[in-house]
Design a protein around this ligand. Structure first.
Ligand SMILES: [Zn+2]
Ligand SMILES: [Zn+2]
Length: 165
């Protein structure tokens, strides 16, 4: 069963072994919208197994996609891989008619969004004085020196081991 764009699945007369469903859905269809930090230019992929229980449906599988998120320091957009590898939701009392996975996948994807991101570990961020991206240009503004840029090896050099007789 392949679906595109709708996460409601008929579960009437689901065979005992269940069914596999896979497809793609727009992030906007699960109410995950661009918000100034994240944008979602591509679709979300999912591969799920719907298994019948006595009085419900067990949904297991995975979902994955890509988003664009701005770097916390320099605000440059970066592509981030999103993965919800352990989707697992129990729908009780569904009456064996239709199960709607919209809310379930939304939860899983929101958990997969990185809360913090640097474009690279040593991102130099924006200059607090002129606002330029210091990864791209050295604006030459005076550094306050208070933002932890100290070189740890420099501190070791200050110990100056060479003077021992
Ligand atoms: Zn950055
Ligand atoms: Zn500057």
């Amino acid at each position: 069963m392949v679906s595109r764009g709708d996460l409601s699945f008929q579960v009437v007369d689901l065979p005992d072994e269940g069914v596999d469903v896979e497809g793609e859905v727009a992030f906007s269809a699960i109410d995950v919208e661009d918000d100034g930090v994240f944008t979602f230019p591509e679709a979300l992929s999912y591969a799920l197994h719907l298994a019948p229980l006595d009085d419900g449906i067990l949904v297991r599988g995975r979902a994955s996609g890509r988003a664009v998120r701005v770097c916390d320091r320099c605000l440059e957009p970066c592509v981030v891989e999103l993965s919800a590898p352990d989707v697992c939701h129990l729908f009780e009392h569904v009456g064996r008619t239709v199960v709607d996975l919209t809310e379930a996948l939304r939860e899983d994807i929101l958990l997969a969004l990185p809360q913090a991101l640097l474009c690279r570990a040593d991102c130099r961020g924006l200059c607090p004085q002129c606002g330029c991206n210091r990864n791209e240009a050295d604006c030459g503004c005076h550094e306050s020196g208070a933002d932890g840029d100290a070189d740890p090896w420099g501190a070791l050099d200050d110990l100056e081991l060479g003077d021992r007789a």
